[in-house]
Design a protein around this ligand. Structure first.
Ligand code: PLP
Ligand code: COI
Length: 354
C-alpha cells in the first residue's frame, strides 16, 4: 500500500451495519457500507476531505444540481483475494475520465491524490464489506455535483466530491435481451455523451422503460443522425463477433470511453483475435444474424463486466444469438476477472493493490 499523502479527517461510525447484510443475496448497488468520503469545493479550491458515517446530506433547495443537473460520476469495483489483499482495476483511468467529464460539465477538476488517497483510505476502513462470493464485489461510486446555490443558469461556485461504497452482486441476472433504438437518441455530436454525466442516464430512462415493457433489458443506442450505427448500451459498450472477427464501435463524443472496452480490445490483440474498431451498421448486424455469421454480441462495463447478449430486437423482430462453447465473451470475462481477483498474472499492469 502506497503512503497516503492527502490529509483526511476520519469520524468513524459508532456501530457497524455489516451484520444486517445478506452477502449471499446481494443486489446491485442497494446497500451501503458504514462510511463515505466527502470533500467540499469552496472559494476556488478543494478543502480537506473527510470520512464520516454513511448518511443523508443537507442541501439548499436552490443547489444547482437540482435545477441544472451539473453532476458527474464514476463506477469502479474493489476485489479481495484469498489472502485478504484488496485490489482495484485501472483506477487512475477512472480519475482521468472523471476530470474529462468535469471539464465538459464546467465542474472543477479533482486532484489525482484526492481521488486515489480518498479511495485508499475509505476502502481500507470498510474493507470487511468487500464480498468474496463469486460474481460479487464492492461497487465504488465516486461523484461530484453542484451544491452551490442560486437559480442563475451558470456553473455553481460550490461542489461536493463524494465516494460511497456498495457491496454488490451482478448487474444483470440471466440472459440479456436488448432493443436497437431508432427513435430516441442518447447523445449527439458536440454533446455530452462521452462524459459520465448524470443527465445522460436520466435521458435514457424513458426510452429504456418503453423497451422494458416489451421484455428488453436495455436499449442499444444508434447514432443520432441516421440511426444506422450501433453505438453503445445504457451502461455498457457493445462488441459484436462476426465469424471470428471482433468488432466494436470507435469512441467519439457520443460514446463513453469504457475502461472494460479498451481492456478487451487489448486482450483480444494479445490473444490473437482479429479485432476491428469500426462502425457496425444495423443492416450489417441483421444480415449477419440472418446468414448465421453473427456468432456473439456482448456488453462490457464495470457493473456489467462482460454480459453476453442472447437476443436483439429490431423493428418488431427478435434475433436470437447462438449458444456457443468457448465464446469470446466467456474468455474475456475470465481473463479480466482473474486479473481483478489476483487469480492470474497481470501482464498489462492493470491490477492496483491497495
Ligand atoms: N457506456 C456507458 C454509458 C456506461 O455507463 C458504462 C459504465 O461505466 C460503460 C459504457 C462502460 O464503461 P466502463 O467499462 O469504464 O465501466
Ligand atoms: C458502471 O458500470 O460502473 C456504470 O457506471 C454503470 C451504471 C450506470 C450502473
Amino acid at each position: 500500500m502506497e503512503a497516503t499523502t492527502t490529509a483526511i479527517n476520519i469520524e468513524k461510525a459508532k456501530t457497524s451495519k455489516i451484520s444486517q447484510v445478506d452477502f449471499d443475496n446481494l443486489a446491485f448497488g442497494s446497500v451501503f457500507t458504514d462510511h463515505m468520503l466527502i470533500c467540499d469545493y469552496k472559494n476556488g479550491s478543494w478543502e480537506t476531505p473527510k470520512i464520516i458515517p454513511y448518511g443523508p446530506l443537507s442541501l439548499e433547495p436552490s443547489a444547482k444540481i437540482f435545477h441544472y443537473g451539473q453532476s458527474i460520476f464514476e463506477g469502479m469495483k474493489a476485489y479481495k483475494d484469498e489472502h485478504n489483499d484488496v485490489f482495484l482495476f485501472r483506477p487512475e483511468d477512472n480519475h482521468k475520465r472523471l476530470n474529462i467529464s468535469a471539464h465538459r460539465m464546467s465542474i472543477p477538476e479533482l486532484p489525482k491524490e484526492y481521488f486515489m488517497d480518498g479511495l485508499r483510505t475509505l476502502i481500507t476502513l470498510d474493507k470487511d464489506w468487500i464480498p468474496t462470493q463469486e460474481g460479487s464485489s464492492l461497487y465504488i461510486r465516486p461523484f461530484i455535483f453542484a451544491s452551490g446555490k442560486g437559480f442563475h443558469a451558470s456553473p455553481a461556485e460550490e461542489y461536493k466530491f463524494i465516494i460511497c461504497l456498495a457491496p454488490s452482486g451482478s448487474y444483470f441476472s440471466g440472459k440479456v435481451k436488448v432493443l436497437i433504438e431508432e427513435t430516441y437518441s442518447r447523445s449527439a455530436n458536440g454533446g455530452v455523451g462521452y462524459a459520465k454525466a448524470g443527465g445522460n442516464y436520466a435521458g435514457q430512462f424513458y426510452p429504456t422503460q418503453l423497451a422494458k415493457k416489451n421484455g428488453y433489458h436495455q436499449v442499444i443506442w444508434t447514432d443520432d443522425h441516421a440511426h444506422e450505427n450501433i453505438e453503445e448500451a445504457g451502461a455498457m459498450n457493445i462488441f459484436v463477433r462476426i465469424n471470428d472477427v471482433l468488432i466494436t464501435a470507435p469512441t467519439s463524443d457520443r460514446i463513453l470511453d469504457g475502461i472494460t472496452r479498451k481492456s478487451i480490445v487489448e486482450i483480444a490483440k494479445a490473444e490473437g483475435i482479429e479485432t476491428e474498431v469500426r462502425n457496425v451498421t444495423v443492416t450489417e448486424l441483421v444480415a449477419a444474424a440472418k446468414n448465421g455469421s453473427l456468432k456473439e454480441m456482448f456488453g462490457a462495463g464495470t457493473a456489467a463486466v462482460v454480459s453476453p447478449i442472447a437476443t436483439f430486437g429490431f423493428r418488431n423482430t427478435d434475433y436470437d444469438l447462438p449458444e456457443i462453447a468457448d465464446s469470446y465473451a466467456s474468455r474475456f470475462k475470465k481473463i479480466i476477472t482473474d486479473i481483478q481477483l489476483n487469480r492470474s498474472q497481470d501482464p498489462y499492469g492493470w491490477r492496483y493493490k491497495l
